[in-house]
Design a protein around this ligand. Structure first.
Ligand code: ZN
Ligand code: ZN
Length: 172
């Protein structure tokens, strides 16, 4: 989905709105088994300001399933993302010094909304999926799901959250 920005500047309208869906098969996640439950819907609103700048407000709704990082159970995540930014001609490198916060780049009066959305989805997804804050995970010894049952290994008796805490105590 490419937005031709000349249609904005040639129009007397100050507001433009696009809605659509992103084809999830185009989304590639290295090392992650993410499945989108439905299509990813977007709404992009463009506001032409009096000084000629264009502000964009983007809303994304998506639901996806990914195995829990601890116990591998398929877990559904719902993400509603809202972003806003000012469109600016050039690339990230051109505007490095201005700080990239809230800048949305385009070249030659064309803004690739589809690419932008795909990148934002990648950036916005949490690093991990956890089925439950208290998920006990799988036993590192025998693979038993410790949420459902126990096993006779010793390793798993340390709560993963306590393992993190251990770092703060000097080893004797
Ligand atoms: Zn889990
Ligand atoms: Zn075990």
């Amino acid at each position: 989905m490419i937005v031709d920005l000349t249609t904005f500047s040639e129009s007397t309208e100050k507001y433009f709105r696009f809605t659509g869906e992103i084809d999830q098969s185009e989304m590639k996640f290295l090392d992650r088994e993410i499945k989108f439950d439905e299509t990813i819907e977007y709404e992009a609103e463009f506001f032409v300001l009096d000084d000629g700048y264009i502000e964009m407000l983007l809303k994304l709704d998506m639901a996806y399933t990914e195995p829990c990082d601890r116990c591998l159970k398929d877990t559904e995540n719902i993400q509603n993302i809202q972003l806003s930014g000012r469109l600016i001609e050039g690339t990230e490198e051109d505007h490095y010094e201005e700080g990239m916060e809230n800048l949305v780049f385009y070249q030659n009066d064309k803004f690739d909304l589809g690419e932008y959305i795909k990148t934002q989805i990648m950036i916005s997804l949490p690093m991990k999926t956890i089925c439950d804050e208290d998920c006990k995970g799988l036993c590192s010894g025998c693979g038993t799901n410790l949420n459902d049952s126990t096993c006779n290994c010793i390793e798993h008796t340390i709560d993963p959250r306590l393992l993190d805490l251990q770092k703060f105590f000097p080893k004797e």
